[in-house]
Write a protein that binds this ligand. Structure first.
Ligand SMILES: [Zn+2]
Ligand SMILES: [Zn+2]
Length: 214
């Protein structure tokens, strides 16, 4: 087997002869049978539109393709996103218009979902529901409960969910080291050490931001 890492021979850098219809098929979601919109991947490696997979997983805890049990939330498939970006300019005017219309529908769906989530939070607050406080040390059980939400939500919903505990961008940017350490332990974040100064707080802030925005 040739496993050398020599640079690619430019004379061998030919275009691959894939037909548009073949490429389109490869970039098709198995739930809606159309080109992916915001591709999300499951840990079984199957990819779907974010909306298609999120809706499906509400009722089923299995992959729509291979039926493997889903134990981790789906994640952005950035690789397929890049492929889509280079492929969509080849679509016809009608196909592009259809795609844009579907993009708008998916966007509206998530806007509505976010509104529902916001309303749920509002009514919980009005009913006096107590939320965890990021500045206090959490028990193992509290950490476990918080993690369920971390895995369930993403994007704006995830940020709002974190903000309910006081875990906000402002908290991360302005808190002093002791509060940051407590927060990091609460959310099971890795605490980065640097050889000269002990804990690397700039990096810790980045890690905490990543948890909130992943
Ligand atoms: Zn789909
Ligand atoms: Zn699968």
């Amino acid at each position: 087997m040739d496993d050398s890492c020599e640079p690619v021979d430019q004379s061998d850098d030919d275009k691959v002869g894939l037909k548009k219809s073949e490429m389109k098929k490869l970039l098709e979601c198995q739930v809606c049978n159309q080109i992916f919109i915001t591709p999300f991947i499951l840990h079984c490696s199957h990819t779907f539109c974010k909306k298609c997979v999120m809706e499906y997983l509400r009722k089923n805890k299995k992959c729509p393709c291979c039926e493997k049990m889903i134990i981790k939330p789906p994640a952005h498939n950035r690789h397929v996103c890049l492929l889509l970006e280079s492929f969509t300019p080849y679509l016809s005017e009608v196909e592009t218009a259809m795609l844009n219309l579907r993009k708008l529908e998916h966007q509206q769906y998530f806007e509505e979902e976010f509104k529902k989530f916001e309303n749920m939070v509002k009514s919980a607050q009005e009913n006096g529901t107590k939320f965890l406080n990021i500045e206090r040390r959490w028990s193992t059980e509290e950490k476990r409960i918080f993690r369920i939400g971390l895995e369930r939500y993403e994007g704006r919903e995830l940020e709002l969910y974190c903000n309910l505990t006081g875990f906000s961008k402002e908290f991360i940017n302005t808190s002093l080291p002791p509060a940051l350490i407590i927060a990091a332990r609460n959310v099971d974040a890795q605490i980065p050490q640097s050889s000269q100064t002990g804990i690397n707080y700039d990096l810790l802030r980045d890690i905490l931001r990543d948890i909130m925005t992943s």
